[in-house]
Design a protein around this ligand. Structure first.
Ligand code: CA
Length: 228
């Protein structure tokens, strides 16, 4: 078990970068800061961080491109920071492999809680052996050992978070799961503001697996709906 955990903070606004770095160091993390896209990719290669806090708006190339490149090289949990509550940015960010996001301005307490949650999840995925190797619900087939998903014979490429969310829904088909419970079970933290993180990942699953797969129960949550 590693004792020293490394977090890479990528943000060009120095006051924010320094405040985030100071808070994470106070939490016991070793923190490296990068101020633009190319520096972020270089720092990630050099320091092999356990998690990345990544601003979207960066000089060089943006946070979405950083996310894409990091996930291609070595999957790492990523918390994305966005300036606006812009749904397009968020969906693209989640699609390229970010696990969670926060909209500025955010509290340092919450940021620290989210980074801890990301690392807990990553540790769980690494340590816990898969349950039933393959989960079949209707035309959906989820191979937990290989973390692969096929619907009606077509493979879908999910991010690690999308995969975990789908497994939770598929474990209780046709059952409405409250957003707060999904947030607690999949992301490891619960906070009313976080339920939009769940909504955004549901959109990603529908885009990749078909809009009919997951039913929205307004004001409550989501249910996996597969025929047969
Ligand atoms: Ca920025």
């Amino acid at each position: 078990m590693e004792t020293e955990r490394r977090v890479l903070v990528v943000e060009d606004e120095r006051t924010i970068a320094e405040a985030v770095a100071a808070r994470l160091r106070a939490e016991g993390f070793t923190v490296e800061v990068a101020g633009d896209g190319p520096a972020a990719v270089e720092a990630a290669r050099r320091t092999q961080p356990d998690a990345v806090v990544l601003d979207v708006m960066l000089p060089g190339f943006d946070g979405l491109e950083v996310c894409r490149r990091l996930q291609n090289e070595r999957p790492v949990p990523i918390l994305m920071l966005t300036a606006r509550d812009d749904e397009t940015d968020l969906l693209v960010g989640l699609a390229v492999g970010a696990d969670d996001y926060m909209v500025k301005p955010f509290s340092m307490r919450e940021l620290a809680a989210r980074v801890h949650a990301l690392l807990r999840r990553a540790a769980k995925v690494a340590v816990v052996p898969a349950g039933p190797p393959t989960l079949r619900v209707g035309d959906l087939e989820i191979n937990q050992g290989e973390r692969r998903v096929v619907r009606a014979g077509v493979e879908a490429h999910l991010t690690p978070t999308e995969f975990d969310l789908l497994v939770h829904l598929a474990a209780h088909p046709r059952t409405v799961l409250p957003r707060e419970r999904l947030l607690a079970d999949v992301w490891g933290w619960a906070d009313a503001s976080g339920t939009r993180t769940v909504d955004s990942h549901i959109k990603g699953l529908r885009r990749k697996l078909g809009a009919d797969l997951i039913r929205t129960v307004h004001g409550v949550g989501y249910a996996l709906e597969v025929e047969r």
